[in-house]
Ligand binder design. Structure first.
Ligand code: CAA
Length: 258
């Protein structure tokens, strides 16, 4: 299927979903968010896909929500028609791993969307910021909630109140991103990482994602109990039989379809 604001590339069991509104620095509008939700849900159901990579362009992952589109919104349009809630958070329902790859600007709603990915890989050109205060609003897609959890209250308040952007190295140092690569190599390296994950049993990858997400919603003991149920249930699955037999037989496991 063709999308107006997304480009799709297939790399075996990995699909790359690229935000594509180059004239507006990938500013996130309703059409793009509708298409993104649709594409992510489609690939989540596709048995040929194990891992989704979400990225933007070399210049911008996304420079935020589309200011031109929302400048004239009123309370009825935002609250009444559930702006943001209506189409930004489909990514949170995706059960397969979603890796965000960030080059260039990753600002406002762009940074919030990136933080909804399971983990982030950055190009050395990446710049992260939450400049919403400068356009007279609070963040609206979780910036005040996910950023302090990712990088500490002090760093998050600094970014949110001063609009200071942090570069890729500061983002890695503070834990917002997991790895940094030179801009020219970041996609190739990220696809290799995604393909490595895609060789693992996708069912277990989905369970790990579900467990880690529980860590943000429950107490420690409830989270550990949640994990333990998956661990015990794992002993009734072909992935566990194949993984442990392959180890004992000193061969590479074959998790195809598992
Ligand atoms: N919305 C709409 N259009 C945007 C945009 C945005 N968030 N960001 C950039 N653009 C557009 C510009 O208007 C410009 O369009 P024209 O060529 O038609 O004038 C084009 O993209 C290129 O941008 P610049 O000329 O500004 O490029 P630059 O290199 O000088 O600056 C930038 C780049 C620092 C990213 C700057 O564009 C900028 O500050 N953008 C806005 C960032 C921002 O405030 N984001 C937060 C939005 S609010 C939000 O996201 C709410 C939420 O929490 C959900």
């Amino acid at each position: 299927m063709e999308y107006a604001d997304l480009l799709i590339e297939n790399h075996g069991k990995v699909v790359v979903v690229r935000l594509n509104r180059p004239k507006a620095m990938n500013a996130l509008n309703d059409n793009m968010m509708n298409e993104l939700g649709e594409a992510l849900r489609k690939f989540d159901k596709d048995p040929a896909i194990n891992v989704i990579v979400l990225t933007g362009s070399e210049k911008a992952f996304a420079a935020g929500a589309d200011i031109a589109a929302m400048a004239n919104y009123d309370y009825q349009e935002t609250y009444g028609n559930n702006y943001i809630g209506r189409n930004w958070e489909h990514i949170l329902d995706i059960r397969k791993p979603v890796i965000g790859v960030v080059s260039g600007y990753c600002l406002g709603g762009g940074c919030e969307l990136a933080m909804m990915c399971d983990f982030l890989i950055a190009a050395d050109s990446a710049k992260f910021g939450q400049p919403e205060i400068k356009v007279g609003v609070t963040p609206g897609a979780g910036g005040t909630q996910r950023l302090p959890r990712a990088i500490s209250k002090s760093k998050a308040m600094d970014m949110l109140l001063t609009t200071r952007m942090i570069d890729a190295l500061e983002a890695e140092r503070t834990g917002l991103v997991s790895r940094v690569y030179p801009a020219a190599e970041v996609m190739e390296e990220s696809i290799k990482i995604a393909q490595g994950i895609a060789e693992m049993p996708v069912s277990v990858a989905m369970q790990i994602k579900d467990c880690v997400n529980q860590a943000y919603e429950t107490t420690l003991s409830q989270g550990v109990a949640y994990e333990r149920r998956y661990f015990h249930a794992g002993f009734g699955t072909p992935a566990q039989k194949e993984g442990m037999s392959a180890f004992l037989e000193k061969r590479k496991p074959d998790f195809e379809g598992l």
